[in-house]
Design a protein around this ligand. Structure first.
Ligand SMILES: C[S@@+](CC[C@H](N)C(=O)[O-])C[C@H]1O[C@@H](n2cnc3c(N)ncnc32)[C@H](O)[C@@H]1O
Length: 276
């Protein structure tokens, strides 16, 4: 009799390079996977490292302020084969890059392919736009061709159980129920440890936004739901988010960005009302 070994299921992983991506944090979240929560909410989605890692069993509500990012997720969810076909037509060289960067595409599939292509072949993967909202990161001369492979299909599968929408983080509360888990990874407001990644969008995340976020965490707790917040390790952040919950201080190397001087070690806080 042949013994069947348990087949190794390959997990979907982030398909975008995203500043502030949380891959480094995942090893600290192993216990969260065992936690018995209902639906999952992630309001600063970016590259969605935590969503892919946790593989939430319930429904997922995924959102971000960046409309182009959200359109890309939705198109990958519904039309992944078309996106792959389109991506295969794009080549990784300087001339093609600037042609594709300057193009305005009519169809959501083309725009999603453009978004993924630029993200993978640009200089540093940062999402940066000019005053007209046009992506303006220069070509990256990255030898490795952006990856068009089965991961995008796995991503598409893992998104089937998700509502993906653009908007301010405050919309989390519209769908929140008891015992849901909310993962919150806002942009930095303070520049700590020389970390230069403050701007993720046309609009800077302000101190007032951090205060709004803290108030939302109060509302999450009132609903008997769970939250995990990551944020810059800074005394201002501490004073805004201190609610008598657990607080961890974690240090990591910072791997994205154009200037070597801006790289290095940064320390972040995790605040949570679940046992990690
Ligand atoms: C630190 S990144 C999230 C990174 C993500 N956790 C990952 O693993 O890649 C912060 C994200 O917040 C989004 N953002 C900025 N202001 C926002 C707001 N007011 N509401 C919702 N999302 C916002 C940005 O577009 C950016 O994608």
């Amino acid at each position: 009799m042949t013994t069947l070994k348990s087949s190794h299921v390959i997990k979907a992983k982030p398909f975008l390079r995203w500043a502030g991506g949380k891959t480094w944090l995942l090893k600290h979240l192993t216990n969260v996977k065992k936690y018995d929560f209902n639906n999952y909410h992630e309001a600063f989605l970016g590259g969605a490292a935590t969503f892919f890692y946790l593989e939430p069993k319930g429904h997922a509500f995924l959102s971000d302020l960046n409309k182009n990012l959200i359109e890309t997720y939705n198109v990958v969810k519904t039309d992944v084969e078309d996106v792959i076909k389109r991506l295969k037509l794009f080549t990784n060289d300087e001339q093609s890059y600037y042609r594709i960067r300057e193009s305005t595409y009519e169809s959501p599939v083309e725009r999603a392919a453009q978004f993924i292509y630029l993200n993978q072949t640009s200089y540093n993967g940062l999402y940066r736009v000019n005053l007209k909202g046009k992506y303006n990161v220069p070509y990256g001369f990255r030898k490795k061709m952006y990856i068009v492979d089965d991961n995008l299909r796995r991503v598409s599968l893992s998104l089937q159980n998700a509502n993906i929408f653009s908007g301010d983080f405050s919309s989390v509360l519209c769908n929140l129920k008891e015992r849901d888990l909310v993962f919150l990874d806002p942009p930095y407001t303070v520049s700590h440890n020389n970390n230069g990644f403050i701007e993720y969008n046309e609009k800077i995340f302000s101190l007032n936004d951090q205060i709004r976020l803290s108030e939302m965490i109060g509302a999450i707790k009132e609903k008997n739901a769970f939250y995990i917040l990551t944020n810059a390790a800074h005394k201002t952040v501490d004073s805004i988010f201190e609610r008598g919950d657990q607080k961890f201080e974690l240090t990591r190397g910072n791997g994205i960005g154009g200037h070597k001087a801006q790289r290095g070690q940064t320390t972040e806080y995790i605040f949570t009302n679940i046992k990690l």
